[in-house]
Design a binder for this molecule. Structure first.
Ligand code: UD1
Ligand code: PEP
Length: 425
């Protein structure tokens, strides 16, 4: 859905407190994982985001009935899988939806899922998903832009991922939960979103051990029961607000945080001279005292510095005097924020996946988000500048930040939008 642009006037410090939503990237696989149970499941902490509506559309096609209960709780029930395909029209809207393959395969024995294709910042390969399925006994064929997966019996065996993949680990676990086989995944992702999905599945009766380590063992069970679960807080949204506080030289109290999910981010901000204090599930970020220092940042899989915070960090560093170097080997083409920041006066030179950033004072300009975290980078940049910045491409922000304009206004930001309505279910 096309949304009207955000009009942001910045250049002044923000203050007060902001509450972080629950995690988009944990909620999506947990929602998909409900496909494995015939019983009703209630999920709490589901952010009202366009990505969530897209996955719910896809699941409705597969046979899931859903009902929102209050603002952020969702009842889901999949008594039967009524279709075993995930068509291009639905998968292409959100590449992460490829993990429905594992869940459909587990429940129905066969799945046909459209190839996810590339995205605004480069290729999003699924070769590791496919290799894992094959190694575990699934017959995989490719035809007409679709992957077809079939299993005769239960999944069984070992697979060593060639690289750390969050979605690949989700997919392989989902495929192995039901049945009587034993699957061992080595070099598995230790990401918080993998751990959250496993804790959810185990709460329904799955038998998965080792989540949060590089070796995950899935022992098949005959069926899952229903239940209720609350998704973890969104560490990427929390990190975005931490960088917003630093970039606007503000003092912000950020609530509903798992500080242990943000250690790499906290350490980098502290290295820059930002004060970050933990108090239970609250972080106090204070960038009001003294000049900030430039730093070098390289993205890594969890627990390293997340690629999903790279554009926001690059923007913060674009405001810090001196030279910083930011490298994103996880997604080497994730650079759509750079040309837009240039329009705002940023001094960033790009070579491969390396940005060399000379800090300066940014100025307002009309800009356009081409993807979600580039959009986050732009609202941070806008809030550092005097004058009015108009940000187009707001539909990308609605993929990941719930009621953004309203919540930014709550910490003193001047953010206007004529039509903030999200697509409703
Ligand atoms: C909805 C969701 O949770 N998305 C997140 C998830 O995406 P996603 O799960 O798609 O990302 P992966 O962890 O799979 O990707 C990590 C790296 O592995 C590569 N790769 C991945 C799979 C594969 O089969 N082959 C391959 O080469 C990717 O190109 C990338 O370089 O983790 C990414 C990395 O933390 C985040 O940026 C995304 O926000
Ligand atoms: C890139 C992201 O999501 P996706 O993997 O769905 O594109 C993100 O959350 O920053």
């Amino acid at each position: 859905m096309q949304l009207t642009p955000l009009h942001i006037k910045g250049g002044r410090a923000l203050g007060g407190e902001i509450t972080v939503q629950h995690s988009k990237n944990a909620a999506l696989p947990v929602i998909v994982a409900t496909l494995l149970s015939r019983e009703p499941v209630t999920l709490h902490g589901i952010p009202r985001l366009s990505d969530v509506y897209i996955i719910l559309d896809l699941m409705a096609h597969l046979g899931t009935q859903h009902k929102w209960v209050g603002d952020n709780s969702l009842e889901l029930h999949t008594p039967e899988i009524i279709n075993t395909d995930a068509p291009y029209a639905l998968v292409s809207k959100m590449r992460a939806s490829f993990i429905v393959m594992g869940a459909i395969l587990a429940r129905a024995g066969q799945a046909t899922v459209s190839m996810p294709g590339g995205c605004a910042w480069g290729p999003r390969p699924v070769d590791q998903h496919v290799k894992a399925f094959r190694a575990l006994g699934v017959t995989m064929t490719e035809d007409g832009g679709n992957f077809d997966a079939r299993r005769e019996g239960s999944l069984n065996g070992h697979f060593v991922f060639e690289l750390l993949t969050v979605g690949g680990t989700h997919n392989a676990i989902l495929a192995a939960v039901l049945g009587d086989g034993v699957v061992v995944l080595e070099n598995a992702s230790i990401d918080t979103d993998v751990v959250d999905m496993v804790e959810f599945l185990n709460s329904l009766g799955a038998d998965i051990t080792g989540a949060g380590t590089n070796i995950i063992t899935v022992r098949g069970v005959s069926a899952l029961r229903g239940g209720a679960y609350t998704v973890i807080p969104d560490r990427i949204e929390a990190g975005t607000f931490m960088m917003l506080a630093a970039a606007t030289r503000s003092r912000l109290r950020i609530r509903n945080v798992r500080p242990d999910h943000l250690r790499a981010v906290t350490a980098k901000l502290q290295e820059m001279g930002v004060s970050v204090t933990e108090d239970g599930s609250t972080l106090l970020v204070d960038a009001t005292a003294g000049e900030l220092k430039p730093v070098n940042v390289t993205t890594q899989s969890f627990p390293g510095f997340p690629t999903d915070l790279q554009p926001q960090m690059s923007t913060l560093l674009a405001t810090v005097p001196g030279t910083s170097v930011v490298q994103d080997p996880v997604y080497p083409d994730r650079l759509t924020h750079v040309a837009e920041l240039h329009r705002m006066g940023a001094n960033i030179t790009v070579s491969g996946y390396t940005q060399v950033i000379q800090g300066t004072r940014l100025h307002a300009a009309p800009v356009k988000a081409a993807d979600l975290r580039a959009g986050a980078a732009l609202f941070i940049a806008a809030l550092t500048t005097e004058g009015e910045t108009v940000i187009d491409g707001v539909q990308y922000l609605n993929r990941g930040y719930e009621r953004l304009a309203e919540r930014l206004r709550g910490i003193g930001a001047s953010v206007q939008q004529n039509d903030l309505a999200l697509a409703m279910d």
